[in-house]
Design a protein around this ligand. Sequence first.
Ligand code: 13P
Length: 248
Amino acid sequence: MREPLVVGNWKLQGSLVSVEALLGDLLSATPVVGVEIAVCPTYVHLGRAITMCGRSLLAVGAQDCSYVQSGAYTGEVSPAMLAEIGCHWVILGHSERRQYQGESDALIAAKLAAAVEADLSPIVCVGETREQREAGSAQAIVSAQLEGALKGQANLDRVVIAYEPVWAIGTGLTATPEQAQQMQAFIRGCLMDISGVDATATRILYGGSVKAGNAASLFVQPDIDGALVGGAALIAADFLAIINAAAA
Ligand code: 13P
């Protein structure tokens, strides 16, 4: 049985004041049982978020990390540093980093290894562009991304996969529950092929315009184990509604 996981990716949004207000609203809501919850603010807001979340059910994650633990790497933040301050999760290979920072599958694999070494739990993002879907190559793209990122990773225990079709991110164009289910079942098969381990316990999230109004129809699908939420995670009532949909 896979416990649902709902993660808010706050991206490059907010100020210390708005982050404190949003966390205050989330922490004052009635705790929802049976769903794991996390929020991922920017690096500079992590410390405050971790202090505020304390021993609550709200875990905190980073949106990225370095592929090395220390050294002369100006501007980098290591997985060990994130773990030390109380981060539990780290998002890796988000399509925005692949697009704007040119992150390759090899770099994502190195970050994944470093994150696992530091005892962080990585959320590895994969997903095709609209052109790739229209060309009929969505599955080939996703399986290549999985293979590239997970190469050499024999232990998937801590790893979560997020299927985020690029054409659905921030566009309001959600994948239909059937489209998402079909890809996520395919991903589960790929995980078994790549790692050689049983991936029935591995959680696979969907991300891309998840809203309060469409979350329930996604979560009833057998291979959708939760969501990685962007825009709707910045509004406490909407994020809480998505969490409640996952618990239902
Ligand atoms: P939106 O929910 O805003 O489409 O963003 C999804 C996403 O990129 C989460 O990582």
